[in-house]
Design a protein around this ligand. Structure first.
Ligand SMILES: Cc1ncc(COP(=O)(O)O)c(C=O)c1O
Length: 299
């Protein structure tokens, strides 16, 4: 991981090396924190953060599922993100806000522990590489939506994603894909999935997936481009018969899928609709498409 200079902690920018917490921090033991992953990109007008407000709104929603009283407003944290990006003088990278139950109370009922916030920024290149990836259908199911809150980014629920990632890599794949509790296609460990069939774009409906901000952006771009979009339950068999498949996510951006288990998708490369949507997405995050400039917060 590439270091930067400053990390924002509870209202102050501190040196990267000094951003430390106590080992008895509640979230370290029980996963009782919530986080976001945001990217900022180089543009002609300086660094621009992609869909900052949507990410912060999701962060506050996630916090509310754990009854966390975030000691800052959304506006204050949005300002803090901009301040952190500016302070680090990096042109492009990843932003990680984390809200966590801190040090002072143990036990599974978190009230009584302080709520702390930090924001770190660092350069982070392509998450899944530049080529289409090989994906393993995980033996781990996406956690049942009644066992965790699917539309919240809660630290503890990512152990499900970690198990799936470890298994996929162990077996020689680049990434995992999880099915839901009904055996329909759900999502990757940190990505939403799309399929192209007969010129249409299909993606699993909300319910057992994180409502990805990249997913939402791609659906918007596709609609604007008059590409038909369908959100529905998708079986694994239907998925394997796709003309094209791709993952979306803040980290993964738009990444083609070459293979699901040992089935090759299309010609084993990112397909033409994937490439078109990927280009439009990357143009919009870099401020090259005026139509989507309202998604950018310039720093
Ligand atoms: C489980 C999961 N699904 C999907 C996504 C994609 O969401 P987004 O596009 O908002 O980054 C992420 C990343 O945040 C994730 O962790």
């Amino acid at each position: 991981m590439e270091k930067t200079e400053k990390i924002w902690m509870d209202g102050k920018l501190v040196a990267w090396e000094d951003a430390k917490i106590h080992v008895l921090t509640h979230t370290l033991h029980y996963g009782s924190g919530v986080f976001e992953g945001i990217r900022f990109y180089e543009t002609d007008k300086g660094p621009a953060i992609f869909r900052l407000h949507d990410h912060m709104a999701r962060l506050f929603h996630s916090a509310s599922t754990l009854e966390m009283k975030v000691p800052f407003s959304i506006k204050e944290l949005e300002k803090a993100v901009v301040e952190t990006v500016k302070a680090n003088k990096v042109k492009a990278g990843y932003i990680r806000p984390l809200v966590y139950y801190g040090y002072g109370k143990m036990g599974l009922y978190p009230h009584g522990a302080p709520v702390n916030v930090c924001i770190a920024v660092w350069p982070w290149g392509a998450y899944l590489g530049h080529d289409a990836v090989k994906v393993k259908v995980s033996s781990f199911l996406r956690v049942h939506p009644k066992s965790f809150i699917a539309d919240a980014k809660v630290c503890g629920s990512y152990v499900n994603s970690i198990n799936a990632s470890l298994e996929a890599k162990r077996e020689g794949f680049d990434e995992a894909l999880m099915l839901d509790y009904r055996n329909f296609v759900s999502e990757g460990p940190g990505e939403n999935i799309f399929m192209v069939k007969g010129g249409k774009l299909l993606t699993p409906s909300l319910g057992s997936i994180l409502p990805g901000i990249t997913r939402n952006s791609i659906l918007q771009i596709a609609k604007d481009e008059k590409i038909g979009t369908v959100e529905k339950d998708i079986s694994l068999e239907e998925l394997k018969n796709a003309d094209e498949l791709f993952y979306t996510g803040t980290a993964a951006e738009v990444t083609g899928i070459a293979q699901i288990d040992h089935t090759t998708i299309g010609n084993g490369k990112a397909g033409p609709i994937t490439e078109k949507l990927k280009k439009m997405y990357l143009d919009s995050v870099h401020g090259k498409n005026k139509k989507y400039e309202q998604w950018l917060t310039y720093c």
